[in-house]
Design a protein around this ligand. Structure first.
Ligand code: ADP
Ligand code: MG
Length: 451
């Protein structure tokens, strides 16, 4: 299914889901008249909804206020709905297709959920973020094409849509088109079959900004290369902006023609990496604060636990929050208004392997606390009382030794201490071990408990 079709279907089904909850609409009425409607087109100033017949037309039109509000909750912006009966739509389509060349593969509606304002930045994505913003505010002027690459789930599609949304908002006259590599391949093959390849190519000409997601899918497709090369040159030569994403650098995409690789290298290539610990924490906080359905507070150590175990990519961080909430709602204690670490450990016990679990900073901290009979509050406190400070130093040392965790990350888990404190602690412990064998003995006992 082309991306646009999917987007329309998904948006409408979420909108209807909200309506179906309404106590004023009996289920039978909903199933017969509402559920059979479809969203045919979504533009900035009009959503076109197709209904089966005159009765559904009257019923939905009467409920248009409610439907528009539900649609607004999905899009984040108000779009008036126009209702049309199936039979009228057919006539409208004939009239349109006579006058305009249509390309159903180019999507002009950008996903409104992916914006710059909800993109959390950190070291791992700072370059890609800055380059995207620069391009969005200076179309065709600076980096052309902008090529963003990185592993799956790191925010490439999000940034591409953020560029589109930025342009929609700030330069409403500029035409934006979004196409995935897969849809491009399908578009070329269908147009060749239908003998409409010239129309397919021409429909890109009118764009000011072309966003191509996951270009790696055109690799090895000779005819697609040829068409893409023409479309690309036409736009760039006319100073129209192109932004592309892929899961690897242009040169690493096997089966991509040299001339295309060299065009891609003419612009700017930027990488997105897996979020580091601190960025992961910020992403988690942002996702939680943007989610209005979360009523519980989530303990900081839970965020730390998720960041330590699921930060290979952002999609996994998002998945972890969903899993945690699902678990907390269904199996958590009913009277708790906050989600604790022990609940989180329980929720993820199938996903976080024993090995990784045992090797988290939090786990090491816990074992050291047990060993010295201290509480978490004591070990993370500012106190310099000798036995507590020593336990804290040993725990930090072990996090470094066993996990090779960054100093900063370790410091965060021990009362937000800075990295130089952790370095000092590690050095102190090394000296202690040399001077006094009882420390060595204690540390090896703790290590064996950890393992
Ligand atoms: P990719 O295209 O690289 O596979 P996506 O752009 O689809 O990844 O991102 C996967 C999910 O992670 C999306 O829901 C996206 O909103 C979210 N995401 C990725 N990076 C960030 C970020 N820096 N801030 C907020 N959300 C992000
Ligand atoms: Mg993507």
């Amino acid at each position: 299914m082309a991306t646009l079709d999917f987007y329309l279907k998904d948006t409408w089904s979420r909108t209807l889901n909200i309506i179906s909850e309404s106590p004023t609409i009996p289920k039978e009425v909903f199933d017969t008249y509402y559920a059979t409607s479809t969203l045919e087109k979504l533009e900035k100033d009009e959503a076109l909804v197709v209904v089966e017949n005159f009765i559904s037309f009257s019923i939905l039109k009467n409920a248009s206020g409610m439907l528009e509000a539900a649609l607004e909750s999905q899009l984040g912006t108000h779009v008036p709905i126009r209702f049309i009966q199936q039979s009228e739509l057919e006539q409208e389509k004939i009239a349109v297709s006579d006058s305009i060349i249509q390309n159903e593969y180019i999507c002009s509606i950008i996903n409104p959920n992916y914006t710059f304002s909800n993109f959390v930045t950190g070291k791992s994505n700072a370059q890609a973020h800055l380059a995207s913003l620069t391009v969005a505010s200076n179309l065709g002027l600076i980096y052309n094409p902008l090529f963003i690459y990185g592993n799956s789930g790191l925010g490439k599609t999000h940034l591409l849509n953020a560029i589109g949304n930025y342009v929609h908002t700030n330069f409403p006259n500029r035409k934006v088109g979004f196409i995935s590599g897969l849809d491009f391949v399908e578009g070329v093959s269908k147009s060749i079959k239908n003998k409409t390849i010239e129309e397919f190519k021409n429909s890109f000409k009118e764009l000011d900004l072309l966003l191509v997601d996951d270009i790696q899918f055109i690799a090895g497709k000779e005819k697609t290369h040829e068409v893409f090369f023409t479309v690309f040159n036409e736009l760039v030569n006319n100073r129209k902006q192109i932004c592309i994403t892929a899961d690897r650098t242009p040169s690493e995409i096997k089966g991509l023609e040299e001339r295309i690789i060299s065009r891609f290298n003419q612009g700017l290539n930027v990488n997105i990496e897996a979020p580091e610990y601190e960025t992961s924490i910020n992403i988690l906080k942002s996702k939680i604060s943007n989610n209005t359905t979360i009523s519980q507070t989530i303990d900081d150590e839970v965020l730390s636990y998720i960041a330590t175990n699921f930060s290979q990519d952002v999609r996994s961080l998002e998945g972890a929050i969903k899993r945690l909430l699902f678990y907390a709602i269904n199996w958590g204690p009913a009277d708790e208004d906050h989600i604790t670490l022990s609940l989180a450990v329980e929720a993820f016990k199938d996903q976080v392997s024993e090995n990784r679990d045992s090797l988290s900073i939090i786990k090491i901290r816990k074992v050291v606390c047990d060993y010295y009979n201290l509480t978490k509050a004591q070990i993370t406190s500012a106190t310099r009382t000798k036995n507590i400070a020593t336990a804290r130093h040993i725990a930090m040392y072990l996090c470094r030794k066993l996990l090779d965790a960054p100093y900063k990350e370790i410091g965060n888990e021990f009362g937000k201490r800075d990295h130089s404190t952790v370095i000092n602690a590690c050095e102190k412990v090394e000296q202690l071990i040399k001077k006094d064998s009882s420390y060595l003995k204690a540390i090896s006992e703790i290590e064996s408990k950890i393992n």
